[in-house]
Design a protein around this ligand. Structure first.
Ligand code: GLN
Length: 454
């Protein structure tokens, strides 16, 4: 893995930091010694993990893709990282992302743009583009990302890997640098659904360090998965699937729509009953998401003042120190979100924007609830198109935001969803992958685990 990581890295730029070989090999040797003593090495023994750089690691820099945190080394591991290490996982490095998770391409990283392994002239998606590309190119076995509005699912779709967004609260956010706290969740990338289940198992569960982490019992995801027998002719008999009709309408690439329809027919062949379901609130989610996410981020990012963390601009007076540190430290996209957020939260506009967006959030949540009372899972594309070219939407933020239409509603409702590669559209030299999004009821992650051979 280390040599493949290094060979691919000049072409992909998935990583912002790679552990020195000696550190990785020392951890592997320690596991060997434990094995030789016939002691338990843990369920992730020797699993090579990459971690998105907005998730804190005590032995590596953690920058969130921002100059404001350049050189910052947290004094602790995020709970998810700590659990992975306790179970024998080996963290090989930190992956590239859009600054603080704000973006859909990794182009707003302050440091580098990651390339899509399927066609290096294209974006890997974002914001967890580095984590998705790293799994896709087998630079690691699995990786952690974060999903505020689709940042695990959309890059999984663009890079042809499995991406799992757990239910809000399933995984502790302790040590995940906050973007929008009511939406953020740490998620998993892997090359099979089974691996995503193993990783989810490792990182799930209540954590006293995160007041929003849930006390719900964590089921055994992997045994639930293996209880489905793929040798039967109709292994998914009885599963009721709702195909969200609004997700296949205008604005969706025809190739993507037909790939998703083919996947729906395939689910029928496997025994599911699939019908179209209308979610009239579907298109309301995008504007509500951008108001809420920007508002929360404008508050969360106020902690980067040049004093508490990272880079400090030289100044002789306190306000100038704050101002210069933030002006130099934050990139364009982040500044735009802070401006949008403070505007939406300001006294004269609060009712018109923030409050209305919260009301829309309730409508979206109720729409999903009603549909998931009838269907076991809902399906849709993970993104309206396959991976597009680097630079194509860089100067058109609205076009980029519009690409999040398939994913943001799920965060507003806090639901779990899994993206599974389900076909290809034309593009690049080998075609470009398309992901099927499967949305489940809250805390019902096992219902979205469906896989055939990849
Ligand atoms: N692209 C979305 C945004 O920029 C989602 C990002 C995310 O999930 N972190 O806000």
């Amino acid at each position: 893995f280390l040599s493949r990581l290094r060979r691919a890295e000049p072409h992909l730029r998935s990583f912002l930091h790679v552990s020195p070989d000696e550190d990785v090999l020392r951890q592997a040797r320690r596991l060997d010694e434990i094995l030789q003593r016939n002691e338990d090495v843990g369920p992730l023994a020797g699993v090579i993990v990459a971690v998105k750089d907005n998730i804190c690691t005590s032995d590596m820099p953690s920058t969130a893709g921002s100059r404001v945190l350049e050189g910052y080394r947290p004094p602790f591991d995020a709970t998810a990282v700590r659990r992975i290490r306790e179970m024998g996982g080996i963290v090989v490095g930190k992956t590239n992302l859009d600054e603080f998770g704000m973006g859909s391409t990794t182009e707003s990283s302050a440091f580098q743009v990651t390339a899509n392994p399927w066609d290096v002239s294209r974006v890997p998606g974002g914001s967890s583009g580095g984590s998705a590309a790293a799994v896709s190119a087998r630079q690691c076995m699995v990786s952690l990302g974060s999903d505020t509005g689709g940042s695990v699912r959309q890059p999984a779709s663009f890079c042809g890997v499995v991406g799992l967004k757990p239910t809000y609260g399933r995984v502790s956010r302790f040590g995940l640098m906050a973007y929008a706290s009511s939406l953020d969740v740490i998620g998993c990338f892997s090359s099979s659904v089974f691996d995503a289940g193993i990783l989810l198992q490792a990182i799930s569960g209540h954590d006293t360090s995160d007041a929003t982490s849930s006390k719900q019992v964590v089921p055994d995801f992997t045994s639930q998965f293996t209880s489905i027998s793929l040798s039967e002719s109709k292994p998914l008999k009885g599963l009721k699937v709702g195909l969200i009709s609004e997700t296949l309408e205008d604005g969706v690439d025809t190739g993507v729509a037909s790939t998703i329809r083919a996947a729906a027919s395939h689910l029928e062949e496997l025994g599911c009953s699939v019908s179209e379901v209308s979610l009239p609130s579907f298109s309301l989610g995008l504007p509500a998401y951008y108001i809420l996410a920007s508002s929360e981020s404008s508050s969360n990012l106020s902690r980067y003042d040049g004093v508490r963390y990272g880079n400090q601009a030289p100044a002789d007076e306190l306000n100038a120190l704050y101002g210069d540190s933030r002006a130099k430290g934050f990139g364009h996209e982040v500044k735009m979100r802070i401006l949008m957020g403070t505007y939406a939260l300001s006294a004269g506009y609060y009712d018109a924007y923030y409050k209305r967006a919260q009301q829309v959030r309730t409508i979206v949540r109720k729409g999903f609830k009603a549909a998931l009372d009838v269907y076991d899972i809902l399906i849709s594309p993970a993104a309206p198109s396959a991976a597009y070219r680097i630079g194509e939407k860089k100067n058109d933020p609205l076009a980029m935001y519009a690409g999040d239409i398939m994913t943001v509603n799920v965060n507003l409702a806090g639901l779990p969803a899994l993206v599974l590669p389900c076909g290809f559209v034309e593009g690049g030299s080998a075609g470009l992958p398309v992901g099927l999004q499967m949305i489940g009821a809250a805390f019902d992650e096992s219902q979205v685990q469906y896989q055939e051979d990849l």
